[in-house]
Design a binder for this molecule. Structure first.
Ligand code: SF4
Length: 246
């Protein structure tokens, strides 16, 4: 009875977001051959196409199921049309880097340069991120870099909750495939989306949190540093904590 009352009071927008998130999750689980019956999903109109898993692959002596690999997640994502951003993107930006990285950087969404090139963090902010990575004693190819959203919001507007809900299941699978020791969330939206909070990034940064069981350090986005160079000192403090923990 109490649950029914809560649901009745739930704002329409929140309900819609939940449905989008659930549908995206069901589609992904379905595509990855999870336990949800295909007939049920078809009946609900949740899936239009049933993806089949590719044959198992052997890597480093261990057998990987396709859904446990980044390539498998990318395959399932396909030419994604799960949210309206598919209509305005030039390229879907999946992510790039070491498939066994100990450290994963998660940003907000592709910008104009990334959208054009199909690669994450390649504009001015990306070049600054590269310098930060090098200052940590690493190379870009040592880490993995991706975003909450894989398609650029028009005019770089803020990501919408339903877009995050539709896209986040793929980020979760990417992280499950990589199994990093640490995540660095870059900027307000990445930190808020991952940690499900609206605490200001200025208060979140500098302290380890957890995402899907993985230690997560929120810090400022490189684009913010381009506008506020004085904040580089704090980012350097944050990445030093990551280096120490790694
Ligand atoms: S943002 Fe994510 S969910 Fe939306 S279309 Fe792009 S890949 Fe699909």
């Amino acid at each position: 009875m109490e649950r029914a009352l809560i649901q009745a009071d739930m704002p329409r927008e929140e309900m819609r977001r939940m449905v989008v998130a659930l549908r995206s999750r069901l589609q992904l689980d379905m595509a990855l051959n999870r336990a949800i019956p295909a007939a049920y999903l078809r009946k609900q109109g949740a899936v239009k196409r049933v993806y089949t898993a590719a044959p198992e692959r052997v890597r480093g002596g261990a057998v990987d199921r396709p859904e446990q690999t980044l390539a498998g997640v990318r395959e399932v994502l396909g030419d994604c049309r799960r949210c309206p951003l598919c209509k305005t993107r030039t390229n879907l930006v999946f992510g790039e880097g070491n498939v066994r990285a100990g450290l994963v950087f998660v940003g907000e969404a592709p910008g104009a340069d990334e959208d054009r090139q199909g690669e994450p963090f390649v504009g001015k902010a990306g070049q600054l991120l590269t310098r930060i990575i090098v200052a940590m004693g690493l190379q870009r190819q040592d880490v993995y870099i991706c975003n909450i959203l894989k398609c650029r919001p028009p005019d770089n507007r803020n990501p919408r909750p339903e877009e995050i809900a539709a896209c986040e299941p793929f980020l979760i699978r990417q992280l499950q495939a990589i199994q990093p020791k640490m995540i660095c969330a870059l900027g307000t939206f990445a930190a808020h989306a991952l940690l499900k909070t609206d605490v200001p990034i200025s208060l979140l940064r500098g302290r380890f949190q957890r995402y899907q069981g993985i230690p997560l350090m929120p810090t400022y986005h490189p684009a913010y540093l381009l506008r506020n160079p004085a904040a580089k000192k704090q980012v350097w403090e944050d990445v030093q904590k990551i280096m120490k923990a790694l």
